[in-house]
Design a protein around this ligand. Sequence first.
Ligand SMILES: CC(C)(COP(=O)(O)OP(=O)(O)OC[C@H]1O[C@@H](n2cnc3c(N)ncnc32)[C@H](O)[C@@H]1OP(=O)(O)O)[C@@H](O)C(=O)NCCC(=O)NCCS
Length: 213
Amino acid sequence: MEQVIDIKIVIAGKGHAVHAQAIVDLIEESARVRGTGIAKRDPNYIKKKLETGHSVVALHGERLIGFCYVETYSHQRYVSNSGLIVDPDYRHHGLAKKIKRAAFDLARDLYPEARVFGITTSLPVMKINTELGYVPVTFSELTQDEEFWRGCSSCPNYEILQSKNRKMCLCTGMLAPSKVEEEAMKYDLTHQIVTAGGGSGFGRAPKHIKFRY
Ligand SMILES: CC(C)(COP(=O)(O)OP(=O)(O)OC[C@H]1O[C@@H](n2cnc3c(N)ncnc32)[C@H](O)[C@@H]1OP(=O)(O)O)[C@@H](O)C(=O)NCCC(=O)NCCS
C-alpha cells in the first residue's frame, strides 16, 4: 500500500535556527558523495539565513529534509538561490522542485528588482531552473561581485575558474529575469511590432542573400 507522508515547506524563521548544523552536514556529505565542487557553508551563516527569513526549509515532522537560501550581490542587483539540498532519503519525489520554487518566489518577493542567477553542474538543478524561466548564460552576464566568486574558492575546480579569468568553468551559469522585468514582459507590446516594408529596413539582410536551415 502507498505510504503518504506530510511534508511542510515554509519560509524559515528564528525557530528553525536549530537545524543549521544539520543543513551544513547534509551539504557537505552530498558534496563528498558527488565528488564535485560545492561551496562550503559556515553553520553561523546558515543560522543567519534561517533566522532572517532568507531561506526555505522542508520538514518531515521535526526532521529537516530540505533547504535553500537567498543571497544578494552587486548591491542587490542580483539575487541567488543557493545551497539547495534534499536529504537522500527523500529524493526523487519532486521535493527539490517545490523547495526551489518557494525559494525563487521568496527571492523575487524580497528583491523584486534583482535578476535571479545561479551556477551549477547539477542536471536536476538545470531542469528545475529551466522550468522556472532561467536561461543558460556566460559568466559575463552574472554578478561580478567578488563576494559571490569567493564562494567558489572551496570548490575543487577553483583553479580552472581562475585559469580562465573567471569567464568560464565546469558550472553552467543560469539567469532569470527580475520580478519587475517579468511583470513588464506581461504587457501587450503587439502595437509596437514593426511590419515588413515599413521603417528603415534596419537589420534586414540584402534580398540576394538567402538563408537555408
Ligand atoms: C539535486 C537535488 C536537490 C535534487 O533533489 P530531488 O528532490 O531528488 O529532485 P526532484 O525530485 O525535485 O527532481 C527534479 C528534477 O530533476 C530530476 N532528477 C533528480 N535527481 C536526478 C539525478 N540524480 N539525475 C538526473 N536527474 C535527476 C528529476 O527527474 C526531476 O526532473 P523532471 O522534472 O524531468 O521529472 C538532490 O539530489 C540533492 O540534494 N543533491 C545534492 C546537493 C546538490 O547537488 N545540490 C545542487 C547544488 S547546485
